[in-house]
Design a protein around this ligand. Structure first.
Ligand code: SER
Ligand code: ZN
Length: 668
């Protein structure tokens, strides 16, 4: 998107805005083709900016109708205007107001950025830079303002008028055909969190009281006739609000929380303050047709957008390079919520599957970029699996490295210190360095370096000395523009698995942090465990403790032992996947010997039969994950080059068919 001669924007060039906007009063007269927007902006020189700097407001395809400074029409010689910018070269060197009138055509806005009208509903999307399609503005996240919004529309066309914050007034106009609503949001916010909705919408609603005693009206608005499918979203909203109070100590902060689901929405969903807007496929569930997966994903997306209220809105991003500050953290929070609501191992397995299939492949290709990119032409191209999913993995690693208690204290400190501000990754990490007393400077490399690290492990057991030695190495492949890589800080959760399960871990090595955690922060390290009573099988990267590939040469027999005896559910699943992957990779090559595949099928069939009889009932969703073979695309990724899709497909069919036959009878 956006052409190549767009300027390159660099993180290192950031400087604060010369001007700030304290309050925004919007008066919007909704009309399908001619919507009038009057914006009253209270401008103030930024003490951190350059004194006497010109004022340049962003625009995008805008038509200016009138402009006044401190209420007086501004002489055309005092400003320059194009559809893309409004510049006042010599503004007054003190506070002043600007009144800007623009006219926009929501029906012609097929970009679905800014204000648009689709399926008879007026709707906005302003992240990342859509607000400049509504009025001229300092459209950057570090300019935060208090908004009051008056919406006016024909009653028949838009009986429902919503914006951010609390409703402060609503009435019919004397002509009887038109009406208005005034919304006020007391929390300063960047323009990308502005939203409005107007249309004939149905809704379901519920009262809620926050843990700190605030009454909130919750509602889910949907297109007419769809309200009977909105119940699950509302139910999910109540549960995630409660969870955020209990787990992160975060209460909701307005009298109203509205969710709107529309059928035409590009971004999936959007966390506008107090007015989340969704593509309705992420909200509506029909009990007749929705799958378990649909319910889980609605719950997760409702939670994700709600959680942004604190991680994104109350604390927002200084600039778009910090996108992972809100997205990685909020994905982490929604993953934790789903884990608590459902099965933690199942959620982890599903997330790792997604990470490997989307993020690992992005990281291995021409679009590889760090979790915090250093330069962009078009920020909309950076809403990527790396920023979101790898961004969440980085937070998860941080938690493992500093421990649950220090992580919690760090989060509290972050909310306390950065509330109401536009923050950076450095400010975020400083809270955890402080709460844990640890130096996290090497950890920042996760934000700067692209590419998926590979951890290579090998172990050796000395029976006479009852000692087990584990050698670990790491390397990160070159990625576009980043050829030299430095070691990253890799938390490796591990266990040593004996015949009866986990063996006690005793090690005086420096890299052993205790509690089954080894920190690999150098290119290589060797660690010894003492008093190891029998030859163990290493169970490494438990719970997928780092977004890395693991190379560890274990036989099928060892892997099957891990499957039956490992205390870590993720690695049990991983062990079986590894056996199946190895067999499928071998059989997926042209002209491969199919006898080996048949032998693996028999072996896996036996293991799974035992597993289903012993474990499946305790967590059927986990059993379902275990029974799912790696997908053909996973096998293709493993093979890497000269992939033969037919051979992979036929191997996959062969293995799943054989296992299916052998489990006939033991499957419920
Ligand atoms: N900010 C949105 C989200 O990730 C993207 O539109 O929730
Ligand atoms: Zn998000």
């Amino acid at each position: 998107m956006r052409n190549d001669d767009a300027p390159l924007i660099r993180l290192e060039d950031y400087r604060p805005s010369d001007w700030l906007i304290d309050t925004v009063d919007l008066d919007i007269d909704l009309h399908p083709q001619k919507t009038r927007v009057r914006a009253l902006l209270a401008m103030r020189p930024n003490p951190e900016g350059q004194p006497g700097a010109p004022l340049k407001l962003d625009g995008d395809e805008l038509t200016l109708k009138s402009l006044a400074l401190d209420g007086k029409p501004l002489d055309p010689s005092a400003y320059e205007v194009t559809p893309q910018a409004l510049t006042i070269p010599a503004p007054p060197p003190h506070d002043f107001t600007l009144t800007i009138e623009t006219e926009i055509d929501p029906s012609a806005n097929t970009k679905l950025m800014g204000l648009y009208r689709s399926s008879k509903v007026y709707c906005t999307q302003c992240e990342a830079d859509g607000f400049r399609r509504i009025t001229y503005f300092l459209d950057r996240p570090d300019v935060m303002s208090v908004y009051t919004v008056r919406l006016e529309a024909a009653k028949a066309e838009a009986p429902v008028l919503l914006s951010n914050g609390n409703l402060v007034a609503a009435a019919e106009l004397p002509d009887g055909d038109r009406h208005f609503a005034v919304w006020h949001d007391p929390h300063p916010k960047p323009a990308y969190l502005f939203a409005l909705v107007g249309g004939a919408l149905d809704h379901v609603r519920q009262d809620y009281a926050t843990a700190d005693g605030h009454k909130v009206e919750l509602a889910v608005y949907v297109e007419p006739g769809k309200a009977d499918r909105a119940g699950w979203a509302l139910d999910s909203l109540v549960r995630c609000m409660r969870w955020d109070e209990q787990v992160f100590g975060r209460n909701y902060d307005l009298d109203v929380f509205n969710v709107v689901a529309v059928s035409d929405f590009n971004m999936g969903a959007m966390e506008n303050k107090g007015l989340n807007i969704f593509n309705d496929k992420y909200v509506l569930a029909d009990p007749q047709t929705a799958t378990d997966g649909d319910y889980a994903s609605i719950e997760a997306i409702i939670a994700h957008e709600y959680f942004h209220n604190w991680t994104g809105n109350r604390v927002t991003c200084r600039d778009w390079f910090q996108l992972c500050l809100k997205e990685g953290l909020t994905v982490f929070r929604d993953q934790e919520f789903s884990s608590d609501e459902r099965s933690r191992p199942v959620k982890r397995i599903a997330d790792v599957r997604t990470l490997r299939s989307t993020q690992f492949s992005e990281d291995a290709g021409p679009l590889a970029h760090p979790v915090r990119p250093r330069a962009y032409k078009e920020i909309n191209n950076f809403y990527t699996p790396t920023v979101y999913e790898k961004g969440a993995e980085v937070i998860r690693m941080l938690k493992v490295l500093i421990g649950d208690e220090a992580f919690k204290r760090g989060m509290d400190l972050y909310f306390e210190r950065c509330d109401g501000t536009a923050a950076t990754i450095e400010q975020f990490l400083a809270c955890f360095a402080e709460s844990s007393g640890k130096d996290l400077s090497d950890f920042t490399r996760w934000y700067e370096q692209a590419g998926t690290p590979t951890v290579t492990a090998s172990g050796h057991y000395d029976a006479a000395a009852r000692r087990y030695t584990l050698d670990l190495k790491q390397s990160t492949p070159p990625t576009p523009g980043q050829f030299e890589k430095s070691p990253v800080v890799l938390p490796i959760k591990l266990g040593l698995v004996g015949r009866q399960g986990d063996l006690p871990l005793n090690s005086s090595s420096n890299a052993y942090a205790g509690d089954g955690l080894v920190v690999l922060d150098d290119e290589a390290l060797s660690i010894t465990f003492e008093d190891v009573a029998e030859a163990p099988i290493p169970s490494l990267m438990r719970g997928f403790s780092a977004p890395a590939r693991l190379e560890l040469d274990l036989s099928d027999a060892d892997l099957l032992r891990l499957f039956s005896a490992d205390s870590d559910s993720f690695n049990r699943w991983q062990a079986l996947q590894s056996v199946a992957t190895r067999a499928l990779v071998a059989a997926g090559r042209p002209g491969a010997d199919r006898a080996a595949l048949a032998a693996t099928a028999a072996e896996l069939g036996r293991e799974l039969d035992g597993f289903l009889k012993a474990d499946a009932v305790a967590d059927p969703a986990f059993a379902a994950q275990v029974l799912r073979l790696p997908a053909p695309a996973d096998i293709a990724r493993e093979i890497g080059r000269d992939v033969d899709p037919d051979a992979i497909f036929s191997a996959h069919r062969g293995l799943s068919g054989a296992i299916g036959k052998s489990l006939f009878g033991s499957l419920p």
